[in-house]
Design a protein around this ligand. Structure first.
Ligand SMILES: [Zn+2]
Length: 281
């Protein structure tokens, strides 16, 4: 059976684009298992701690994966080992504030993360092991200035999500550990040029600030009120009250209701929730 794109979207609970613009799409419904995979301790919390706090409060299971322990990020007289240990501790404290289940460090040297087959395989293995539904990472393809590690972890994770984690002939050695291929159909990209998915964190902005302030080696001030004021300014959206974190949402794979049918092999779409055509944060 061949279905048109509007039919596919309708069956998937969404609506078709009108006049070249994405029509409203439903928000991510939970509770789900989410893995946030970024480069350095503090990356996830500065971009996404409000959303993480919200999802944890809603019963989601959230894991953090950091490619490095941030062993170059200081102007202080510290060794790389001292700094890495400090930043791992800061990240664990922040994760605890938010309700994150577990923090995993992959141990790559800060500044030298590359999208290698090995890194992709490590990510694929974690996605299988923890049965992840939603992945949050950096947008590796953003234009303009981007940190080497942010770019490369974003690319490695995106390549892990599609198609390596879902096709069993990739990383066949995982089968010996009892880890099966599985689809991961939702990707949220932080730091994207054109965010189209906005999470209202108004009720969680103070928790976000508490998490950010755990990163003592990385913040310019430990003043809670000042940090709160700055975060409130950053999270504004034009024409909207409240505070938001912004992502680009990528949906991968065929809609669940079509799995029984001989529909087109895959639907790749980038969805926009209600009011997502404006972006100001
Ligand atoms: Zn970073």
């Amino acid at each position: 059976m061949q279905l048109s794109l509007p039919s596919l979207l309708k069956r998937n609970g969404g609506t078709a684009p009108r006049n070249g613009r994405q029509a409203p799409m439903p928000p991510l419904e939970g509770p789900k298992t989410l893995m946030a995979i970024m480069a350095h301790p503090d990356d996830i919390d500065f971009t996404s701690a409000g959303s993480i706090a919200k999802w944890c409060a809603e019963g989601w299971t959230v894991y953090y994966v950091l490619a490095t322990s941030g062993d170059k990020g200081t102007h202080e007289d510290l060794s790389r080992q001292e700094l890495a240990a400090m930043r791992e501790q800061e990240q664990r404290e922040a994760a605890k504030v938010l309700g994150v289940r577990e923090v995993i460090f992959l141990g790559y040297p800060d500044g030298f993360v590359y999208a290698t087959p090995e890194l992709r395989g490590q990510v694929v293995r974690l996605l299988k092991k923890y049965k992840v539904d939603v992945v949050l990472t950096w947008d590796g393809f953003r234009s303009g200035f981007n940190h080497n590690d942010h770019r490369n972890i974003g690319i490695a994770v995106r390549d892990a999500v599609y198609p390596a984690v879902r096709d069993h002939l990739y990383y066949e050695e995982h089968l010996a550990e009892g880890l099966d291929a599985r689809p991961v159909n939702e990707l949220l990209l932080a730091g994207a040029d054109g965010p189209d998915y906005f999470v209202d964190i108004t009720d969680f902005i103070e928790t976000k600030v508490d998490a950010i302030l755990c990163h003592r080696s990385q913040v310019s001030t430990r003043d809670r009120d000042e940090t709160l004021k700055r975060q409130r300014q950053q999270g504004r959206r034009r024409g909207r009250s409240g505070n938001f974190e912004s992502f680009k949402r990528v949906r991968i794979g065929r809609p669940p209701r079509l799995q029984q049918n001989e529909a087109p092999a895959a639907v790749h779409q980038e969805a926009a929730p209600a009011g997502a055509s404006q972006s100001s944060s």
